[in-house]
Design a protein around this ligand. Structure first.
Ligand code: COI
Length: 359
């Protein structure tokens, strides 16, 4: 509902600029993902029941107490948003309101205070406007924006912290996956279960996925495609991506009803773009048996993941127990068309939904 609304940009928050930008030292032809950070960051603190005004300062380290409760008990959440530049060089933010809504849901689940809209959205616009030169121009690249919030109480009792810090840092980045991925469905570990934190973008969800991911990577896979932990039957998501299959003339992705799946902004965008192209889309429980059966029947046409960092990532292989499914993305038509369409919309071309916020 917030989309399409005009919001003031400019000098809402005080800025301390870097003495010298290190932009010139960055090799924009070899960005990778998440290694390089733009000149400035936004910081806002919450204490005694209220948010202090945000400020923008040079990107850099800061100190925390060894008793910091986020370090001990994981009260920490984040978001991922991408900025591009339009043909005139103006920064474009892609659907930041949607990330803001999700951030509020994550905060609520982790017993953290809501960050005010002016700090999250107007602060982000002011920061991106200041560091606009950091938005890469090469194809497939963007400025990856990372808002996050963590507890700052120095206290070892287990209870919600009374104080928090919200920050935004920015990283010029290339592709997260640079080739089609190999997924594996395993039943040993579980990412999320009803009543848990699966829908929230909380640090702990990612921490818990690291060891299982390492285990499958040693076996030659890129990522786990998580399956539900109760029936070991329904496909959930990949942790870095939501999961889609095209069976016959219908796209299917897991629904969000159980709260075990991240409500991906790219997921939502891709669903809207599919509707736009006249494709049938079903958000519903998707079982591994249905996928195997469609593969056997020859109706499983395309398989891909979607995410802010991952974009649309084709699945080259999928393994479940003794079943090895192989795909030929080079022969696909739907996902490549979506990728093209998503690219256009990111750059503000043909954006009927008003998703791009020009700043
Ligand atoms: C994103 O797509 O922004 C993510 O958060 C996935 C991963 C980089 C953590």
């Amino acid at each position: 509902a917030a989309e399409g609304k005009e919001r003031k940009t400019g000098g809402l928050f005080p800025v301390e600029r870097v003495r010298k930008s290190h932009l010139g030292e960055v090799d924009f032809s070899n960005l990778g993902f998440g290694k390089i950070f733009a000149d400035h960051m936004l910081v806002a603190d919450f204490a005694d029941g209220s948010w202090q005004p945000a400020h923008i300062v040079p990107y850099g380290e800061f100190s925390v107490s060894p008793a910091n409760s986020a370090l001990h008990y994981g009260q920490s959440i984040f978001e991922g948003i991408k900025a591009y530049r339009d043909e005139d060089g103006a920064p474009l933010l892609f659907r930041p309101e949607k990330n803001y809504e999700r951030f509020l849901k994550s905060a609520e689940r982790l017993a953290m205070p809501p960050v005010p809209e002016d700090i999250f959205l107007s602060g982000m616009e002011q920061l991106i406007s200041l560091d606009r030169a950091w938005i890469p121009e090469a194809e497939g690249c963007s400025l990856y924006i990372r808002p996050f919030m963590f507890a700052t109480d120095a206290f070892l009792g287990v209870r919600p912290s009374g104080s928090y810090r919200f920050m935004i840092i920015n990283s010029p980045a290339g592709a997260y996956y640079n080739k089609p991925v190999k997924l594996v469905v395993q039943e040993k570990y579980v990412r999320a279960f009803p009543g848990g934190t699966g829908f929230a973008k909380s640090a702990g969800n990612y921490a818990g996925s690291l060891m299982p991911a390492l285990e499958v990577q040693r076996q030659g896979y890129d990522q786990i495609l998580w399956i539900d932990g109760i029936q070991h039957k329904y496909l959930q998501e990949c942790g870095t991506m939501n999961f889609f299959v095209i069976i016959g003339d219908t796209a299917v992705t897991a629904d969000l009803d159980e709260g075990t799946i991240l409500d991906g902004v790219t997921r939502d965008t891709v669903i809207a773009l599919m509707h736009e192209q006249g494709l049938k889309v079903e958000e519903r429980p998707l079982s591994i048996d249905e996928v195997l059966e469609a593969y056997r029947q020859g109706t499983l046409r395309e398989v891909f993941g979607t995410g802010t960092a991952a974009g649309i990532s084709y699945v080259a292989e999928m393994t479940y127990r003794e079943h090895h499914l192989q795909f030929r993305p080079e022969a696909w038509t739907i996902a490549p068309a979506l990728l093209q369409r998503l690219g256009d919309v990111h750059f503000g071309k043909n954006d009927p939904h008003g998703w791009c916020r020009r700043i």
